[in-house]
Design a binder for this molecule. Sequence first.
Ligand code: ADP
Ligand code: MG
Length: 542
Amino acid sequence: MSNQLRGRPMIILGEGAQRVRDRDAQSYNIRAARAVANAVRSTLGPKGMDKMLVDNMGDVTITNDGVTILKEMNIEHPTAEMVVEVAQTQEDEAGDGTTTAVALTGELLKNAEELLEQDIHATAIIRGYNLANEKIKEELEVVSDTIDVEDRNLLKKVAETSMTGKGTEIHKEMLSELVVEAVKKVSYEEDGEVFVDLDFLNIETQSGESTLESELFNGAVIDKEATHDNMPSEMKDANILLLMEAIEVKETEVDAKINITDATRLRHVLDQEEEEIRKQVQKIVDSGANVVFCQKAIDEVARHYLAKAGILAVRRMKKSDMHFLKHLLDTTIVSDIDDLSGDDLAKGTVSRDEDDKLFYVESENQDGFGVTLLLRGSTEHVVDELERSVGDAIDVVSQTVTDGQVLAGGGAIEIELASRLRSYAESVSGREQLAIEAFANSLELIPRVLAENAGLDPIDVLVDLRAAHEEGNQKAGLNVFTGDVVNTFDAGVIEPAHAKRQAVSSATEASNLILKIDDIIAAGDLSGSGGDMDMGGMPGMM
Ligand code: ADP
Ligand code: MG
């Protein structure tokens, strides 16, 4: 380097690029993350409110589900997106607890900011938060209860707790019965361990009827019609074919253009095509199949011949339904009609529902198995929220069945963990101690918000809860309906330990990721997606 250049700042950023550094960068990110957290906290708990989200097309979603809210909000801010990912991870790993995970992330960052203001370095906070997360994992082992997974009543409580506060709450007793039954049906034991295979559990939804009409069905429910009026709509002892290929004229290799000049020539081409389709149908007839579920199209001529042969054929099946049928019937999906043989068929019974809208498929194969939870609700909106809420319940019951670890909800576990963290902090020296205490305070956000959303005084509630835990009542939580401190476990507010562990972990990871950033370099203008975030065109959501 020449002497002239030495000491001069080098410009490496393009024109229009923006850079924010150090505390400014941290503040900027923390503000964005907290805005996301604040957007969902009013939905937390049994008394949480719902949100109505309207997308660009004018479609409306009404929900109480954290991850759904954040996804529908269409957040474009880069930091805020990281928090949305927390919700997504929680949804994928635990199915429930998305609001908790996001709210906790916001609070961890808020409390970190206070430490940053006291000149505590981000790396010390990150270390402290990691220590706290590890300690929580240990303590969760200690404070969780191991339950008998055959105890259906308890499993129902776990399901009910996760459905509380959702639009479908009034039916939660009956729904939790269905959920537990469904999960039990698809769980099995191997080498003393319990497994749940949700591939064998399908959810089908129908609007237009009361939720009370929801049912669990041993088999598949297919929302389809026969492709021809003259086809049978029911079939006992059927030979069922699952077909991947379309039944139609196959495109010729070369896209040849035939110039047809006279009518006899045209007739000839059409006859050839019809003959080809007839041959395909004949292969199906010869195999012995009398029910065909086809994932692709079925040509009109083919439908005619199939109907004539007395075969029930359904076209354009959902891929997921095909896979479910494959599991249920313990058979294969045929991809080429030419290779079709009788061995590819499965024994089953196909029947039609009263309203002539759905097919029921039951397996007659001993090895085949699968159940469908048919959820009904008065309107599309009701059904959609029902599906989300029941989906959460299925996940928490599955976790409980597999690991048997549960704990007391309603803020009880958070207060207990906070208290244990505070004792632990005393044994840690240096600045990390302050970070662990900040973590403990962050956990208490959950009971505070539960109280807030129930219109109770959060300070009073917190004081009462802490006092109860100091007296050794590890399961003392909030009855959001009366404001009393009760043993929430005995009151039936029970959550799986796994979801809580995951919520704390993902919140820790996300906060640490955000805290570690001290330099933001943006190719364009940062102010557009900056401090006063307009969340996907929905101001007032924060
Ligand atoms: P998340 O998306 O985090 O699951 P929810 O809105 O489902 O958010 O609320 C979960 C919280 O509500 C948990 O802390 C749970 O213990 C609490 N909760 C659920 N049912 C009750 C109840 N009947 N009384 C008090 N708290 C409850
Ligand atoms: Mg929940």
